[in-house]
Design a protein around this ligand. Structure first.
Ligand code: FA5
Length: 344
């Protein structure tokens, strides 16, 4: 029995010396000290020995057990250190390597223009008013002086919903009615707001026309607002946005909700009015619809047109961005092509 104990002792020590990993260490522990481990079983067999041999064997068995436990603890420390060293070596970070650049996002070119608009109009005292994108027919058309079946409705082909009278706004002008009713306090307060936002038209998509695009509406209501105010304000905007030398011209036009109505052109800043591909050899680029708020619309907004007057305008920031950067196709704006978007 004692011999068996000694040889097991030597065997266990030898095996322990060869161990270099945590898994092997746990296997060793199980093999010698587990429930059915070699050492455990030998110690347990003490009772089967003749009485006179028991004391000596028990003593030696305890010594062996203690020695092996100490050797195990020693080895465990060593294996831990070895594994840590290996981890450090394998996971070494070369701090001199150049970092991998992280892709960063940027503002969409239309958003950049919208912000630029807001900045310029804020300087002239126009605050941002947000109106809804899902509108009713009354506000989008009727209250803006488009009677039912009026041919002017054809100017803006409409996305209707399955709900009668509910549609996607075709322009930001219905926001005029909402702003007047909400901010005007029953037609007693002046207003100076811009209304930016997405509009929708059931149109053929072309290089110049999308089915969804932004507009920025402007609305000023006061007691003595005249056409001169409108022209001066728009000219100031053009100088800020298109450059200090920008010349503007006003052409008579028609919108049901303004009277008189006009369209605003800026002299082509690419060719200086000489005529080029961008301005289609006209020398001028259209930048806005505008006009004096129609008396019917003022009334619908809660104002007495005998006392109050106002001007309104509507601009297309995508088209303005196209002009500014020489972008030839509006479809790039919602195409999600990073090669386009990263240029801004
Ligand atoms: C209107 O929508 C009027 N509500 C503007 C207005 C407001 C006039 C207030 C008077 C007073 P128009 O349909 O022309 O007008 O559109 C205005 C601008 O939106 C255009 O000048 C153009 O820049 C832009 N726009 C119109 N249709 C499209 C389209 N399909 N794709 C991209 N931009 C467009």
């Amino acid at each position: 029995m004692l011999e068996k104990l000694e040889s097991l002792y030597q065997e266990a020590l030898g095996a322990l010396d060869a161990i270099s990993g945590g898994d092997a260490l746990r296997d060793w522990e199980l093999k010698y000290f587990g429930k059915k481990g070699g050492v455990t079983e030998l110690v347990r067999s003490v009772g089967a020995l003749p009485k006179e041999e028991r004391a000596a064997f028990g003593k030696r068995a305890n010594e062996v057990k203690t020695a092996l436990e100490a050797a195990y603890a020693e080895r465990e420390k060593l294996v831990g250190a070895m594994e840590l060293a290996k981890d450090l070596e394998e996971g070494e970070v070369d701090v001199t390597l150049p970092g991998r650049p992280r892709a960063t996002g940027g503002l969409h070119p239309a958003t950049q223009t919208l912000r630029e608009y807001a900045r310029i109009w804020a300087k002239m005292g126009f605050q941002v008013y947000r109106s809804r994108e899902v509108e009713d027919d009354d506000t989008n058309f009727q209250l803006l002086n488009f009677p039912p079946h009026h041919p002017a409705r054809d100017m803006q082909d409409t996305f209707h919903t399955t709900k009668p009278n509910v549609l996607l706004r075709t322009h930001t002008s219905p926001g005029q009615i909402r702003a007047m009713r909400e901010l005007g306090e029953n037609g007693t307060k002046p207003i100076r707001v811009i209304l930016p936002g997405m509009v929708y038209r059931y149109e053929q998509i072309t290089a110049r026309s999308e089915v969804q695009f932004n507009q920025v509406e402007g609305l000023a209501i006061g007691r003595n607002i005249t056409m001169t105010d409108l022209k001066g304000t728009i000219a100031q905007f053009a100088r800020e946005f298109y450059g200090a030398d920008a010349a503007v011209r006003f052409r008579a036009s028609y919108f049901p909700f303004t009277e008189p109505s006009m369209e605003v052109d800026v002299e082509c800043f690419l060719c200086g009015g000489q005529g080029c591909r961008v301005c289609k050899y006209a020398g001028w680029l259209e930048i806005s619809g505008a006009g004096m708020v129609h008396p019917v619309v003022l009334e619908n907004g809660g104002y007495d047109p005998a006392v109050w007057s106002g001007f309104a305008f509507g601009m297309g920031p995508e088209r303005a961005t196209m002009l500014k950067h020489g972008i030839t196709d509006i479809r790039y704006f919602w195409g999600n092509d990073l090669r386009f978007l990263e240029q801004f």
